[in-house]
Design a protein around this ligand. Structure first.
Ligand code: PEP
Length: 247
């Protein structure tokens, strides 16, 4: 039986004052059975990490460098993230892939660095609207997953979390139907299962893309959906907690 993870990706939002309020409100709420994680902007990780000490809420970063240290201006290493209290690191978010041109190969290397350092990477996979309409969803998502599988093997997948995030559903209010999401989640699990059925049965596959308190319960009730990666709705404590309580 897989546990459920509800992770909030705050992206580049908030201020010191607003994130303090947000964390205080999330900590004060009841979350039910789900594991919660929050991924604040990097500059706030230490602060949020301190505020989360003693709570069951995990801390995650929005990215992680593929190198361990050195001349990589603007990057943050896995060890630094661990020192800040992170246990998760998002890699390959579609905004990183599309706006900052992160390739499948770079995302795979970031993933591997997270695993090597003891962080749990949350590997984002997903197709654009054009790709869905052209019927290539599975080949796109499969290619993104293969970048990790072919270089680092199925054992690396066992140490991470996958997030299926259709690009057309991110921040658009246009959520995938539970059936659309389930089909891709099943495809992802099937692809892993062809290599190792034990890993496939254990790996958490989250859905991300306009998940909110109104649609969470139905999405989360699908057989292969093991949680959510939440953008916009994670910035409101009440919505984030309501999604967690929908589990
Ligand atoms: C995301 O950016 O990972 C995301 C799922 O965003 P939203 O929930 O706002 O669609």
């Amino acid at each position: 039986m897989r546990s459920t993870l509800i992770a909030g990706n705050w992206k580049m939002n908030g201020s010191l004052q607003s994130i303090i309020q947000l964390i205080e409100s999330i900590k004060a709420g009841g979350v039910g059975s789900a594991q919660l994680a929050v991924c604040p902007p990097a500059v706030y990780l230490m602060k949020v990490g301190g505020m989360l000490e003693g709570s069951d809420i995990a801390l995650g970063s929005q990215n992680v460098c593929d190198q361990s240290s050195g001349a990589y201006t603007g990057e943050v290493s896995a060890q630094m993230l661990k020192e800040a209290g992170c246990s998760y690191a998002i890699v390959g978010h579609s905004e990183r892939r599309s706006l900052y041109l992160e390739s499948d190969a770079l995302v795979a290397n970031r993933y591997a660095m997270a695993v090597e350092s003891g962080l749990v990477p949350i590997l984002c996979l997903g197709e654009t609207l054009e790709e869905r309409q052209s019927g290539v969803t599975e080949s796109v998502v499969g290619r993104q997953l293969d970048a990790v599988l072919e270089k680092f093997g199925v054992d690396a997948i066992a140490k991470g979390v996958i997030a299926y995030e259709p690009v057309w559903a991110i921040g658009t209010g246009q959520v995938a139907t539970p059936e659309q999401a389930q089909m891709v989640h099943e495809f992802i699990r099937g692809k892993i299962s062809a290599l190792n059925s034990d890993v496939a049965s254990k790996v958490q596959i989250l859905y991300g893309g306009s998940m909110n308190p109104g649609n969470a319960a139905e999405l989360l009730s699908q057989a292969d959906i093991d949680g959510g990666l939440i953008g916009g709705a994670s910035l409101k404590a009440a919505d984030f907690l309501a999604i967690a309580q929908a589990v």
